[in-house]
Design a protein around this ligand. Structure first.
Ligand code: PMP
Length: 438
């Protein structure tokens, strides 16, 4: 597929509108979609809809197709593995690709200590499992989570997720022993990393007690929470407190991992080694696969049969993961993520100086966002939604984030060309300028 933006019809076109009508009749309305168009093909950094429009993809299916859609190595590996064996179940007849993925993740995750990995299907399942392992390994139950956290939508992970509507409201009661504590949010709280960590620790002491705590779960960059990068030193100070008090530090790298921020894992920017890492999205080039990688002694606290799942570590997904990881290395995609940050900042940062509705451009690597505000600095959800709609209509895929939905996030595939990236981010600038009347 040629890597270019093509607009053949209005967005959405007639065939997408037909599918929207069929969808309304057949699909539960609880599943919402960002775009009004229906995808027919996707390749590299372009999504083609059913009317022949080609959209520039600055979201990668929420940070999944880091190596691009239908990446050649990934497609070849899927095809070969599908012809070899599609499923034998690792809990019935185990197989080599599962082991190979675990070996790779043990080597790639931060820290030189001995590690072990288990594979699962989704982010939610990996987060559920990391909590099981933490409780078994520490013999304590309480889990601390941050006030901008997103950890998914199953019952336990919803208890860990911060935002009420639309994720949580009406679905309770939620799993017990989850404690929410304040995160670092430099734009809003103005605190240094050390001061923000002291506030987090005070809340832990006030509401749980460090001795009761099994683990603190952090996103090194809050994903759904709005790409909030904690103040420098925040995670380091939290890690020190955890280490000194026998609390495990768990990094949820679901959105920020696998090269997205210019390092394999975003927590490496903070020079912190977590006890366990939650991995999915970019790891398997678009196939459903997730992982928990832990210090060996923590993982081994759980006896045989305590972890697993019918589809967990499916061989086709494992083959895709090995190919995706190879692609990140072979194509120098960590460096590419850093380069993408430079290009995006060059285009977006002038807006912060020139427009009082743009509060900040933030993030790392190819995980970058703009926060849109009202003239008085309040969160501007309505402006954000108008900007996003305008981008979609001009053939560029962007997405909202933030506790108050006022952040436009970009998670482009790392294989996007400079030309397409500039064109896509340029369309975002035009949309902001038009909607904010700069
Ligand atoms: N953790 C984080 C940090 C995420 O960003 C997400 C998904 N956006 C999840 C967990 C949940 O992953 P899944 O949707 O695969 O359950």
């Amino acid at each position: 597929m040629i890597q270019e933006r093509v607009l053949r019809t209005a967005i959405p076109g007639p065939r997408s509108r037909e599918l929207a009508a069929r969808r309304a009749a057949a699909v539960g309305r609880g599943v919402a979609s960002q775009l009004p168009v229906y995808a027919e093909r996707a390749s590299g950094a372009v999504v083609r809809d059913v009317d022949g429009n080609q959209l520039i993809d600055l979201v990668s299916g929420i940070g999944v197709t880091t190596v691009g859609s239908a990446a050649p190595r990934v497609v070849a590996a899927i095809r070969e593995q599908a012809e070899t064996a599609t499923h034998t179940c690792f809990m019935v007849a185990p197989y080599e690709p599962y082991i190979a993925v675990c070996e790779r993740l043990n080597a790639l995750t931060p820290g030189e200590h001995e590690k072990a990995t288990v594979l699962l299907n989704s982010g939610s399942e990996a987060v559920e499992n990391v909590v099981k392992i933490a409780r078994m390994a520490t013999g304590t139950q309480a889990i601390a989570v941050l006030d901008n956290a997103y950890h998914s939508r199953t019952n336990l992970t919803l208890a860990m997720t911060a935002r009420s509507a639309p994720f949580k409201q009406g679905f309770g009661p939620y799993a017990p022993e989850i404690y929410r504590v304040p995160a670092s949010n430099p734009l809003r709280d103005g605190l240094s990393g050390e001061a923000a960590a002291a506030r987090t620790v005070t809340a832990i002491e006030d509401f749980v007690g460090s001795t009761q705590l099994a683990a603190i779960v952090v996103e090194p960059i809050a994903g759904e929470g709005g790409f909030v990068v904690p103040a420098p030193g925040y995670l380091r100070a939290l890690a020190d407190h955890a280490r000194d008090n026998g609390i495990l530090l768990i990094a949820d790298e679901v959105q920020s991992g696998i090269g997205r921020t210019g390092k394999w894992f975003a927590i490496e920017h903070e020079d912190v080694v977590p006890d366990m890492v939650v991995i999915t999205k970019g790891v398997a080039g678009g196939m459903p696969l997730s992982a928990v990688t832990a210090r060996r002694e923590l993982m081994d606290a759980v006896g045989p049969g305590g972890l697993g799942g019918t589809y967990a570590g499916n061989p086709v997904a494992c083959a895709a993961a090995l190919a995706a990881l190879e692609t990140v290395e072979a194509e120098g995609l960590l460096d590419r993520a850093t380069k993408i940050e430079a290009v995006v900042r060059e285009i977006l940062e002038p807006l912060v100086r020139g427009c009082d509705r743009v509060a900040e451009v933030r993030g790392r690597g190819a995980m970058i966002a703009v926060e849109l505000v009202q003239p008085d600095g309040g969160h501007d959800r309505d402006l954000c939604s108008r900007v996003i709609t305008r981008c979609h209509q001009s053939g560029v895929i962007v997405m909202a984030a933030g506790q108050r939905h006022n952040v436009v996030r970009l998670l482009p595939p790392l294989v996007i060309s400079d030309g397409l990236l500039r064109e896509g981010v340029g369309a975002l600038v035009e949309a902001i300028s038009a909607e904010a009347e700069v």
